[in-house]
Ligand binder design. Structure first.
Ligand code: KG4
Length: 337
């Protein structure tokens, strides 16, 4: 059995081929970073248009890389939401048309389910149940995962997602786009204890996150330095390092606490922010200290990709689910933020 995965929820045009055992045969991703760079963020209209240009090209590339033809594909798995509606519609409409003309069944997949299961693309696979921290540009959430289609939201962000906060700080400091990687590069040259920044623990809602207070504190600090002409490169590096440490402190402490509170001994990370080196290192140390097992997908499986969508679709299809031609895309996940 072969599954064709298609992902166009945001600004990456991705296509992948998986075999029935869940082994990746091809994984193609075209990033649009350079297209959106000069705007400091994603322009939805441009993103959809670029998906239109790349979707057939990338599906063909994935099939060629896997040495397969459309006739070999048994299932099409495509992201149905959440994401930018115009972007989602490109992949979803393409998948439906392919399904109709080639008589291949299709399933629509929640992008979040892809991230929650991305650890299964690795050799060392987690056992159920596990706690998953999903941190990306639109999500900061903790889930209890008890099966391939059983996900319970146990904590989510009250305001900004972690990746969104990285992107906004980068824009404010005029460091470039996307914010996460560029802030973490500057952070490597800075002192994480240089600036005293708040951490929102939200004691009564222990598993929820909030990053807007931290973001405002950083912006106020930058404004003060700008007014006195002190915002030089060294100060920017210190701000990046202190901001990153504040985010990492909260993500690590809350994820470990959630696992302990639910008596679960396995933690999985997913989403673009889980590519952050400090988060990976400090989460590993914390898990080691508490005797928890940690599964960190390789970087290409952390960020948006179609292999995780193919895997999540396969597991959904195995439950008997199948897409209908009048199914529509959705901008917000029913699984939660
Ligand atoms: O999962 P993803 O590729 O796309 C979605 O948002 O769905 O995540 C992208 C987010 C962006 O906000 C980006 O700035 C952040 O992940 N990111 C990082 C790093 N790499 C990507 N944040 C912190 N450190 C990184 N190394």
């Amino acid at each position: 059995m072969y599954i064709l995965g298609i992902e166009t929820s945001c600004d990456d045009t991705a296509a992948a081929v998986l075999d029935g055992e869940g082994t990746v045969q091809a994984n193609i991703i075209s990033s649009q970073d350079t297209l959106h760079q000069r705007f400091g963020g994603i322009v939805p209209e441009l993103a959809s248009r670029r998906h239109m240009e790349l979707i057939t090209v990338n599906v063909d590339r994935a099939l060629r890389r896997a040495h397969l033809d459309f006739a070999d594909i048994d299932l099409i798995s495509v992201t149905q939401g959440p994401g930018l509606i115009g972007s989602l519609l490109v992949g979803f409409s393409y998948a439906k048309a392919l399904s109709f003309t080639r008589k291949i069944p299709f399933v629509g997949v929640d992008h979040m389910a892809g991230h929650l299961l991305s650890a299964f693309l690795e050799k060392d696979q987690p056992a159920f149940p596990y706690v998953a921290l999903i941190v990306s540009g639109g999500t900061s959430a903790l889930f209890k995962v008890t099966g391939f289609t059983d996900f319970a939201l146990i904590g989510s962000t009250r305001d900004d997602a972690a990746g969104e906060a990285f992107d906004k700080i980068a824009r404010y400091l005029q460091l470039g786009y996307p914010g996460g990687p560029v802030v973490s590069r500057h952070a490597e040259r800075g002192n994480p204890a240089a600036v005293s920044l708040p951490r929102a623990w939200l004691a009564e809602h222990a598993h929820d996150f909030s990053f807007s207070g931290l973001k405002t504190a950083v912006l106020n600090h930058c404004n003060r330095l700008r007014q006195t002409g002190e915002l030089d490169d060294a100060k920017k590096n210190d701000i990046c390092a202190s901001f990153q440490q504040a985010v990492v402190d909260v993500l690590v402490r809350k994820t470990v606490a959630a696992a302990l509170a639910h008596e679960i001994d396995t933690i999985v990370l997913g989403g673009g922010v889980s590519a952050n080196r400090e988060l990976r290192g400090q989460m590993s140390e914390a898990c080691h200290g508490k005797g928890l097992s940690l599964h960190l997908p390789v970087l290409e499986n952390c960020t948006d990709n179609a292999a995780m969508i193919a895997f999540a679709g396969l597991k959904k299809f195995e439950t008997g689910a199948e897409g209908m031609y009048d199914d529509d895309v959705f901008s917000r996940s029913p699984l939660g933020r």
